[in-house]
Design a protein around this ligand. Structure first.
Ligand SMILES: Nc1ncnc2c1ncn2[C@@H]1O[C@H](COP(=O)(O)OP(=O)(O)O)[C@@H](O)[C@H]1O
Ligand SMILES: [Mg+2]
Length: 223
């Protein structure tokens, strides 16, 4: 479902340029759970941002279900990001003055669903990630890190994305909560046939995914 060819992203730095992502090629099949590892500064976040069309490539191609997102026009990209991709970030990135329920409803604003259907879906997603009852009315500041990350996963799933991209989703969590988030993502890949790509420092987590890609100075390593 995802095929990356010769993907390159260069940044200007001082007098020269650096290739944060350097001629990377790989593929991930539908429903696969893949991990990206590599030390800090190796290009993991840059690669994920390219896959999610949050940033534009300097060179190369990203084919998703037969469509090349590197050649899409802006309005197509907005549609792609909104409907096909779910993002999960290390810092959760929830809107602080909205409740858990409202955070999950937010990406559904533009979906062609009635208000009552959106509400039912948001509640169901939150139930599925273990945020039930009164907790759904809580604002992020009143939730633990693990709970906030579960809300952010529910939000990422709001529009039934085919591809979920997670940048160090367990990086701020203790190992127990980290394992819970990992199991949640893993279950999702299995039950919904969602393709998941997770960036992680945790080699134990990486070891349990279907496929692992290792980056070093922007280049993919054979491992
Ligand atoms: N917007 C930017 N401008 C300039 N350099 C950047 C930018 N974003 C990332 N970089 C550089 O690209 C390299 C890879 O960064 P990043 O993708 O954040 O690595 P990782 O997520 O693996 O820690 C680093 O050397 C970083 O300094
Ligand atoms: Mg990073």
């Amino acid at each position: 479902m995802l095929e990356v060819t010769n993907l390159t992203k260069t940044f200007r730095s001082g007098g020269g340029t650096i290739a944060a992502v350097d001629a990377v090629s790989f593929r991930v099949d539908e429903g696969q759970f893949a991990s990206i590892i590599g030390r800090s500064g190796s290009g993991k976040s840059t690669l994920l941002a390219l896959l999610g069309a949050l940033d534009t490539a300097s060179d190369g191609h990203i084919m998703i279900d037969g469509k090349d997102i590197t050649t899409m026009h802006d309005h197509e990209l907005i549609d792609y990001r909104c409907k096909r991709i779910g993002f999960v970030f290390q810092n959760y990135n929830l809107v602080p003055n909205l409740t858990a329920l409202e955070n999950v409803l937010l990406p559904m604003e533009f979906a062609k669903l009635k208000r009552s259907e959106r509400l039912a879906r948001a509640r169901k997603l939150l139930d599925q990630v273990g945020i039930s009852g009164d907790k759904q009315q809580r604002k992020p500041g009143k939730m633990s890190g693990g709970e906030q990350q579960r809300v952010s996963i529910a939000r990422a799933l709001a529009n039934e994305p085919k591809l979920v991209l997670a940048d160090e989703p367990t990086g701020n969590l203790d190992s127990e909560n980290g394992k819970m988030i990992f199991d949640l993502l893993h279950g999702l890949a299995r039950s919904e046939n969602t393709t998941i790509i997770v960036v992680t420092h945790d080699l134990e987590i990486a070891g349990r995914t279907d496929k692992t890609f290792k980056l070093l100075d922007g280049k993919l390593q054979n491992k």
